[in-house]
Design a protein around this ligand. Structure first.
Ligand SMILES: C[S@@+](CC[C@H](N)C(=O)[O-])C[C@H]1O[C@@H](n2cnc3c(N)ncnc32)[C@H](O)[C@@H]1O
Ligand SMILES: [Zn+2]
Length: 224
């Protein structure tokens, strides 16, 4: 699972622990049992909108390695503390993580995950998006996204228990409707093929078409 905003992670720091920048200030929340799931993070005070609460830290590993280490068992998603970065790596809070890893998902969140670039390395911070009262559970929208179609079955596999009136019933993000996505991909293929055929042979056109099609279903699996 995962989510965030861009920039890249330098090779030097790959797989190393990342020190939390917001770790020095006292935490404005405590970890307790949650009605949503397992443990959660609860506000200890009134938190103002825009307050940076904590950095999501942990070891940085390629997503392919995370998939291997945390493989599904019996078709059930493994319980992980992963956050996907734009460069294809994930922050694995199982190793070197802090209390940020206990923050649950909500479809009506009071926090958001913000990506920030620091000398080419993406850092993820959890920030309040509205005033949060003491005792409220902190949550942000995980927006899990998988390459495969978000079928009803997959949505149920990642069922949401946030309890919000507007709960979408799943932790998965609403992807572009299938038909539209397919249409868009077809259009891109057609265009590219046409262009290439004009320039060179039909075969070259077909190749270019394939590439464009792939791009239209760009890989982006999100985790937390
Ligand atoms: C990083 S953990 C968050 C802490 C978790 N509550 C715990 O005790 O380990 C993320 C996992 O918590 C669960 N979770 C978080 N928010 C949820 C929600 N709104 N509904 C259902 N499960 C949720 C999912 O299993 C998710 O993969
Ligand atoms: Zn929900």
């Amino acid at each position: 699972m995962t989510s965030s905003s861009s920039k890249s992670v330098s090779k030097k720091t790959m797989g190393k622990k990342v020190a939390g920048k917001a770790a020095k200030a006292p935490l404005l929340f405590a970890v307790r049992n949650s009605k949503i799931h397992g443990k959660g993070a609860f506000s200890l005070t009134t938190i103002r909108r825009g307050t940076r609460l904590i950095e999501y830290v942990g070891r940085r590993i390629p997503e392919s390695l995370a998939d291997e280490v945390y493989a599904e068992e019996d078709g059930k998603p493994s319980h992980t503390f992963l956050f996907a970065l734009e460069n294809g790596d994930v922050i694995d809070a199982t190793v070197g993580g802090n209390s940020s890893r206990w923050i649950n998902h909500s479809c009506a969140p009071n926090c958001e995950a913000v990506g920030e670039d620091d000398e080419g390395e993406e850092h993820i911070f959890i920030e309040a998006i509205r005033t949060i009262k003491p005792g409220e559970e902190l949550a942000y929208d995980y927006s899990f996204e998988f390459d495969e179609p978000h079928t009803k079955k997959l949505e149920q596999k990642y069922a949401c228990r946030c309890g919000a009136p507007n709960c979408r019933g799943t932790i998965l993000v609403n992807k572009e409707p299938k038909k539209k996505a397919k249409k868009a991909a077809k259009k891109t293929i057609k265009k590219t093929v046409k262009k290439t055929v004009k320039k060179a042979s039909k075969t070259a056109g077909k190749k270019a078409g394939k590439k464009a099609g792939k791009k239209a279903v760009k890989k982006s699996k999100k985790a937390k």
